[in-house]
Design a protein around this ligand. Structure first.
Ligand SMILES: Nc1ncnc2c1ncn2[C@@H]1O[C@H](COP(=O)(O)OP(=O)(O)OP(=O)(O)O)[C@@H](O)[C@H]1O
Ligand SMILES: [Mg+2]
Length: 476
C-alpha cells in the first residue's frame, strides 16, 4: 500500500485509532493489506474480517506476532498492535481502497510518469481469462496491478486495488456480482477509465432471477465509467450492445469487439485446433495473425476484448499479438491441457455455467480429428436456481447433438444430463453415470485408450477439477 499515517488510515475508514507501543497518529504504514493472518509480514495491515467459519478477530494476535503494523478491527482485541476500530471491516476495506486509488490518481496527474488508468472487466464468463490476457499486454507498457486468481468480490476487488502505488500505470480489475448493486459499489470505488463487458449469460443466474436481471447488474460497470472514458462492448451479444446507450449518457465512447464486420476490433479466418486457435485480427485499419495457445474458440472473443482495450490505451496491434502469443493457459483449471499426446485431458472444471459448458463441449468436438474419440466427463453446474433442471437437460442434449462419443456424468446433481442424453438416443454404455468422482476415476482408468480426447468440466462445488488432475497424472 502507498505510505499513509495511522491518522490518515483511520480517517479513510472513519475509524477510531488505538495506538499501541511507541506508535502515534503520525506513524507511517506502507505494508500490504490482507485479511489472511498467514500472509501478514512486518509492517503490513491486517483486516480482521468476520467470516462464515472463522472470525478474523481471533487472528489479530497472530498478525501482531507476524509483525503487522496495524489491525483494522470491529472491536478492540487484546493484542500488542495498533488497532483502528471500524463499524464494518469489509466496508472499511472498500473505503481504504477508494482513498488509495484517489491519492494515486491525484499524484499521477502531477508527476512525469503518467496518470493511473483503471480498466474494469465484467461479464458472465471470461472475466479472469480476459483479465490475464489484458494484464499480459499491459505489463510490458508499465507497472500493472491485476487480481490474483479470480479476486473479484467485495473483499478481493479492494485487496487488489490496494496494491497500486505511485509507479502503477494500469489497474486491471475483475468485477463479479453476487447481488444487484455489487458491481456499482465496487466499480464506484475506482471510477474506471475503461469498462469491458464480455457477455451476459446464464452464469450465476439463480442468484439474480434471470438473464435480464444479470444484464442490469453487468450494466452497472458501464454506468460507473468516468465521463470521457471508454466502454468496450461485445457487438455480437444483443444484451451487451444495449449498454451503448448507457455509455452515451455517461459521455463515454464505445469501442466494439466481435466476429461481425461492423466491430472496431474483429476476427475472421478462425481455425481451431488442439494446440490453440489461429485467427486474423482487424483492429481499426490494422491487421495481424494471432496464434492463441489458450484452447477453445470462445477465447477469441476474450482476446478481442483485451486487444480492443489495449489498442485504445495506445498499444500497437503488433505488440498486443506478440504478447498474447506468449500466454499458454488462461488460468489453472480453465481449459488446462494435461495428460499426453496419446490421451489428452482438458481440465476445465474450475467452474461451469451453461455457456462455458457449451463452449467447452464445442471445443472438444472441434479439436478432435478422425480416428480420435471424444469423451466428456461432466458434473453439475451450480448457482442456477430455478433454471437448473432445464439447463442441465440442455447440456445433455447438446452433448448428444455434438456427437460426443462417451458421456460420463458424475454426481447426483448432474444426473439429469445423463437421463437427457439417454432420452436423446445415447444408448447404454455410450452415456454412463457415476455417483462419485472416485467411481468415475476407476471407470476411466480402465476405459481410456490412445487417441482419446477427454474434457473434464463441472462447477467449482462439484469438484471435478481434482478428478481432472488425477486423470492428467495417470495418463501423462
Ligand atoms: N465467451 C465465453 N463463452 C463461453 N464460455 C467462456 C467464455 N469465456 C470463457 N469461458 C469459459 O468460462 C469458464 C470460466 O472462465 P473465466 O474464469 O475466465 O471466467 P470468469 O468470468 O472469471 O468466471 P468466475 O465468475 O467464476 O470468476 C471457463 O470454462 C472458460 O473456458
Ligand atoms: Mg473469475
Amino acid at each position: 500500500m502507498i505510505a499513509l499515517t495511522l491518522a490518515q488510515l483511520a480517517d479513510a475508514v472513519s475509524g477510531r485509532l488505538r495506538p499501541a507501543g511507541g506508535d502515534g497518529p503520525d506513524t507511517v504504514v506502507s505494508g500490504t493489506v490482507d485479511t489472511d493472518s498467514r500472509l501478514i509480514g512486518p509492517g503490513d495491515v491486517f483486516v480482521a474480517k468476520p467470516g462464515e467459519t472463522t472470525d478474523g478477530h481471533e487472528f489479530v494476535d497472530a498478525a501482531a506476532a507476524a509483525g503487522a503494523a496495524v489491525a483494522l478491527v470491529e472491536r478492540p482485541v487484546a493484542a500488542a498492535v495498533s488497532q483502528i476500530v471500524v463499524a464494518d471491516a469489509v466496508a472499511a476495506l472498500s473505503d481504504l481502497a477508494r482513498e488509495v486509488v484517489r491519492r494515486v490518481r491525484e499524484h499521477g496527474a502531477r508527476n512525469e510518469h503518467g496518470a493511473l488508468r483503471v480498466i474494469g472487466i465484467t461479464g458472465s464468463n471470461g472475466k479472469t481469462t480476459t483479465k490475464n490476457l489484458l494484464a499480459r499486454i499491459l505489463e510490458d507498457e508499465g507497472e500493472t496491478v491485476s487480481p490474483k486468481a479470480s479476486f473479484n468480490n467485495e473483499v478481493g476487488a479492494p485487496l487488489t486495488m490496494l496494491r497500486v502505488s505511485d509507479h502503477t500505470r494500469y489497474l486491471v480489475s475483475e468485477f463479479g456480482a453476487s447481488a444487484p448493486g455489487e458491481i456499482a459499489r465496487l466499480a464506484g470505488l475506482v471510477d474506471p477509465d475503461v469498462g469491458i463487458v464480455l457477455m451476459v449469460g446464464m452464469a450465476h443466474a439463480g442468484g439474480f432471477g434471470g438473464i435480464e436481471a444479470t444484464l442490469a447488474a453487468k450494466s452497472e460497470l458501464i454506468r460507473a465509467v468516468r465521463p470521457g472514458g471508454l466502454a468496450v462492448l461485445n457487438a455480437d451479444d444483443a444484451r451487451v450492445a444495449t449498454m451503448a446507450a448507457i455509455a452515451a449518457e455517461r459521455g463515454a465512447e464505445v469501442r466494439w469487439f466481435g466476429r461481425g464486420p461492423e466491430a472496431d476490433v474483429r476476427a475472421d479466418d478462425v481455425e481451431v485446433t488442439a494446440d490453440g486457435t489461429t485467427f486474423t485480427v482487424h483492429a481499426d485499419d490494422d491487421t495481424a495473425t494471432l496464434r492463441l495457445r489458450v484452447l477453445g474458440e470462445h477465447h477469441v472473443m476474450n482476446a478481442l476484448a483485451a486487444i480492443a482495450a489495449a489498442t485504445a490505451l495506445g498499444v500497437s496491434l503488433a505488440d498486443c499479438v506478440a504478447r498474447l502469443e506468449t500466454v499458454e493457459i488462461a488460468e489453472r483449471w480453465r481449459m488446462q491441457p494435461l495428460g499426453s499426446d496419446r490421451v489428452r485431458i482438458i481440465n476445465d472444471a474450475y467452474n461451469a455455467s451453461p455457456d462455458s459448458m457449451a463452449a467447452a463441449l464445442r471445443t472438444l468436438a472441434q479439436i478432435t480429428r478422425p480416428g480420435e474419440r471424444t469423451v466428456a466427463v461432466l458434473g453439475a453446474m451450480s448457482e442456477l436456481g430455478e433454471y437448473a433442471e432445464e439447463e442441465h437437460d440442455r447440456i445433455g442434449l447438446l452433448a448428444v447433438r455434438l456427437g460426443i462419443q462417451r458421456i460420463v456424468i458424475v454426481g447426483p446433481e448432474a444426473r439429469r444430463m445423463f437421463l437427457e442424453a439417454v432420452a436423446q438416443g445415447s444408448w447404454d454404455g455410450e452415456a454412463v453415470f457415476f455417483a462419485t468422482a472416485d467411481e468415475a476415476f476407476d471407470y476411466l482408468q480402465g476405459e481410456l485408450r490412445d487417441g482419446d480426447r477427454v474434457l473434464v468440466k463441472s462447477s467449482n462445488s462439484a469438484g471435478l477439477r481434482f478428478l481432472g488432475d488425477r486423470l492428467g497424472e495417470s495418463f501423462s
